[in-house]
Design a protein around this ligand. Structure first.
Ligand code: TA6
Length: 302
């Protein structure tokens, strides 16, 4: 595997001998590109007007949500943080890479590369530190093998004061046409429908279709349950989780997309679906020295 740091030091790209590649912007440790099928298939949607200079979170790819998902509750220690917290809005450190070569020739399928990134209290802006005065450490690992991307977050309480947090991977998956897209693996799961007054519903569809703005937090999926995104009935992505029990399904649709300055093209909502694996329907409480680890595993089906 090959690992290159961009000339302006803003991003890291890893490429497998197969041609599969992943690019991570140090700002927000945001995965901005993941190509499978030998590098021919881009799997993530990235807005043509995504801001990549660090002045605001990236619209697309895999933004990181920590320590709070959504607008922070007013009666919580995270209350004065921005929506989705500071992880996607901070410059992370590139901690290094680890690679494993396949044994012999022709077993390219075994190649693997992991890129590690770190964020701690010392990396935070003064405002963020004041807003959330806890001593923490994050190590974020992005592992690429042929046709599979795994993102793993480890949160550690480096201080003595306990804190509560939420973690989520805000993954923008690329589809050809949302009208031909379905999501399976959610039937009989309870969800909070944030488009309909945050009412709690139970999913009855084996194949969920999106026909308008969709913003649902599916809660407590079975750990081994995979969420499968299909197009024209054919599996496109299989999303597995490790220690993350919730899955958010989001699409802004036309009106909300129209209202986002960094969302382009305006009909781009037809080419994306956010399938977001996280621990967000409650809070992970970490005492001093404790840690929490969660991962998503996305398989791109040829
Ligand atoms: O993950 C769904 C969501 O919480 C939506 O409610 C919407 O706000 C989306 O995230 C995007 O949020 P952002 O702050 O990136 O515009």
């Amino acid at each position: 595997p090959q690992v290159d740091i961009s000339s302006d030091n803003s991003s890291v790209t890893a490429t497998l001998p197969s041609g599969d590649s992943v690019t991570v912007l140090l700002f927000g440790a945001t995965v901005t590109s993941w190509k499978s099928a030998g590098g021919k298939k881009e799997n993530l949607w990235l807005s043509e007007k995504a801001i990549l200079d660090g002045s605001k979170p990236v619209r697309g790819g895999i933004p990181l949500v920590f320590p709070v998902f959504g607008p922070p509750p007013s009666d919580h220690a995270t209350s004065s943080l921005p929506q989705h917290g500071f992880a996607r809005n901070s410059r992370w450190e590139f901690l290094g890479k680890s690679t494993s070569e396949s044994a012999g020739k022709g077993s390219a399928g075994d190649d693997s590369v992991t890129l590690d990134f770190g964020l701690g209290s010392s990396n935070l802006s003064d405002s963020a530190k004041q807003a959330w005065p806890f001593n923490f450490g994050l190590v974020y690992s992005v592992t690429l093998v042929k046709d599979v991307l795994t993102t793993n977050m480890t949160v550690r309480n480096e201080g003595t004061k306990p804190f509560e947090c939420q973690v989520l991977f805000h993954s923008y998956l690329k589809v050809d046409d949302i009208a031909n897209t379905t999501v399976s693996g959610l039937d009989s799961i309870e969800y909070v429908d944030k488009v309909n007054g945050a009412s709690t519903q139970t999913e009855t569809n084996k194949a969920v279709t999106l026909t308008g703005e969709t913003d649902r937090v599916y809660k407590a999926l079975k750990p081994e349950a995979k969420v499968v995104v299909k197009e024209n009935g054919k599996p496109l992505y299989e999303v597995g989780r490790d220690n993350l029990d919730d899955v958010v399904v989001w699409n802004p649709w036309a009106e909300k997309a129209g209202g986002m300055g960094d969302f382009a093209p305006k009909d781009g909502y037809k080419q994306m679906i956010c399938i977001e694996s996280g621990a967000v329907s409650g809070w992970q409480k970490l005492d001093g020295g404790d840690s929490f680890e969660g991962a998503q595993i996305i398989k791109s089906v040829l």
